[in-house]
Design a protein around this ligand. Structure first.
Ligand code: ATP
Ligand code: MG
Length: 579
């Protein structure tokens, strides 16, 4: 991974409405006089959980725009809520954004670094008559806010003299009051409490919280609200385009109001940052609410935030997703202002397209059935070879032995073949058994099979043709319709393989208030012991393969041991859902 500025390899940028806005700003020279890059964006996570695939969309968008316009993107922690935030989350977020392939250079910021400036600006707003300290309780404030159809009513403290509010605000900071006793509210206009936009009804901008903050310790007992902190942080950092999801559209009037007041107060020059909204990612078969993801972890439904079934960045990473696949996915889904659902197969498609040229091929028998080659001497082995990658001969050949007993897939044998079945079946009604090629090996003809007391097929018997080996002239003398994969029973690596699938059976697991825990997919994880091509023993954690006919797999980055890898199925070769 590169650590240069915003360096993720750029897929060709697709046009979108944000690029249109930026292009217009560039043409108009909106930010030309600042001496800073023309495009400065930011990704502003709250450190109260792990990042998920929805955040990836925002990350790819913000860092991608900065990269494509030779600007920069800041990583800013919006850490204004001391009771929910922790260093653990800061660390994982930093790790996830850089793993995704992006770099913020020296622009790692924390809203908590601005507490002093935020406080001073609040004092200014009080002095200028744009804010007041309210002595009502939280219940009273909620009750007098009104609702969509009813205007709110003014607080009895709204006309409190600025000097009195200022003194109370200073006392709030000094720790004189208990949590909830006083708040600082914006005073937007004479009739603000009747504003159709509820966010403009004298929003609370500071509250008292006697709580330890993960960065500022016990330095503060008043904390600024998100709607107050965010525009100011953007302005302090010189953000040009403050891009967020649609639910913040109704917050934009306050964003603009606040920055206008602070321009008047001489705190910021024009142009101030502008907020633009885009539609969040909704991905089928996935929940992205942090609260719900936490519930999956806390209730033990998954093994942790990095469980390979989780849509978190750490989960996708452990599952075997590459940063490039996630970037490709974000590029493909595009950016718009219209809410909608993206099908999970789009994510899997991006993974397949990214891994197909990269992943070495491997052979794995997942549901083993013994095949005994009757005319192959016990104890002997013949070397077979296969390309590491079928379209990249320069990656060379790998070697593995064929022996008298090999493992094949159970589905590659039928006692009574169905119509059009070209794999193994026994001699029937005087007709010889089926002939198939053991891929990269020999042609065999089925001679019989064995069952156990329960009637289960436990072994298949065959004869091989010694002159039919793949890659030799003799191979052409044998015409077969079926080709199956196999591994030597004596040389195979027995390995734990985790067959992961979607976590939910419902494409919209939490839509309309549905209980997402009632639509869990019972088959989201099946753990098996599979027989693998012996060379896979050296697979390193995070190394990805295409197991022929089965899909893409990765050596688990946590549980693999040297010489003893554990594999996760990332995705099958084809989409089998929605059929
Ligand atoms: P919650 O799940 O609690 O609502 P959040 O997703 O809003 O949390 P933040 O840390 O505030 O969490 O998000 C950081 C940024 O990621 C925000 O700018 C937010 O708009 C964006 N974001 C969050 N979810 C999505 C999503 N599904 N699609 C696109 N962007 C998202
Ligand atoms: Mg949020």
């Amino acid at each position: 991974m590169s650590h240069d500025k915003n360096t993720a390899a750029a897929p060709a940028p697709a046009s979108n409405f944000l690029r249109g806005i930026i292009d217009a700003d560039l043409a108009a020279g909106t930010h030309a006089h600042t001496g800073l890059p023309p495009v400065i964006t930011r990704f502003p996570p709250e450190p109260n959980g792990y990042l998920h695939v929805g955040h990836a969309k925002s990350i790819c968008l913000n860092f991608g725009l900065a990269r494509d316009y030779q600007g920069r993107c800041h990583l800013r922690f919006d850490d204004t809520n001391p009771t929910k935030e922790e260093q653990e989350y800061v660390d994982t977020i930093i790790d996830s954004v850089s793993w995704l392939g992006f770099s913020w250079g020296e622009h790692l910021h924390y809203a908590s670094d601005y507490f002093e400036q935020l406080y001073r600006m609040a004092e200014y707003l009080i002095e200028a008559g744009h804010a007041y300290v309210d002595s009502q309780t939280a219940e009273q404030i909620a009750a007098t806010r009104g609702n969509f159809s009813t205007p709110g009513t003014n607080s009895p403290y709204r006309e409190r003299p600025a000097a009195e509010s200022l003194q109370l605000f200073r006392e709030m900071r000094a720790g004189k009051y208990a949590d909830g006793q006083l708040v600082l509210r914006a005073k937007i206009s004479a009739d603000a409490m009747a504003a159709p936009n509820m966010n403009m009804r004298d929003p609370v901008i500071y509250r008292i919280r006697h709580a330890h903050h993960h960065r500022t310790g016990d330095g503060w007992c008043i904390y600024p609200m998100y709607d107050y902190t965010h525009p100011i942080s953007d302005a302090l950092e010189g953000i040009t385009h403050s891009i967020c999801t649609l639910e913040f559209q109704d917050h934009r009037p306050f964003y603009d109001w606040l920055l206008e007041r602070l321009v008047e107060g001489g705190f910021f020059p024009q142009p101030v940052p502008r907020q633009y909204e885009f539609a969040r990612l909704n991905l089928t078969y996935v929940v992205t609410s942090k609260r719900k993801l936490r519930q999956l972890v806390d209730d033990g439904i998954v093994t942790g935030w990095d469980d390979p079934r989780m849509p978190t960045i750490v989960g996708l990473r452990r599952r075997g997703y590459t940063p490039e696949a996630i970037q490709l996915f974000c590029e493909r889904i595009g950016v718009s202002k219209a809410d909608g659902w993206i099908d999970y197969s789009v994510l899997e498609g991006a993974l397949r397209d990214d891994l197909d040229p990269k992943a070495a091929r491997g052979i794995a028998v997942l549901r083993p059935l013994k095949l005994i080659i009757e005319n192959f001497p016990a104890g002997e082995a013949i070397d077979c070879t296969a390309p590491v990658h079928p379209h990249q001969p320069e990656r060379g050949l790998k070697h593995f032995p064929i022996t008298r007993e090999v493992w094949i897939e159970q589905e590659d044998f039928m006692e009574v073949p169905s119509k059009g079945y070209f794999r193994l079946y026994p001699p029937i009604d005087g007709q010889p058994g089926a002939r198939v090629r053991l891929k990269y090996g020999f042609v065999v003809e089925c001679t019989g099979y064995e069952k156990d007391a329960d009637g289960k097929v436990v072994a298949v018997r065959c004869q091989y043709f010694a002159d039919s080996k793949s890659g030799t002239d003799g191979a052409n003398n044998y015409k077969v319709k079926g080709v199956i994969h196999w591994v030597s029973a004596t040389a195979a690596l027995a390995a734990e393989v985790r067959l992961y699938d979607r976590l939910f059976t419902d494409p919209q697991p939490d839509a309309g208030g549905k209980d997402f825990t009632s639509v869990l997919n019972p088959n989201a994880l099946e753990t098996i012991t599979a027989y693998l091509e012996p060379g896979l023993a050296t697979a390193q954690g995070d190394e990805r393969f295409q197991f022929e006919r089965h899909g893409y797999f990765v050596a688990d980055r946590v549980d693999s041991q040297p010489g003893k890898p554990v594999f996760n199925r990332i995705t099958t070769l084809k989409d089998s859902w929605g059929k």
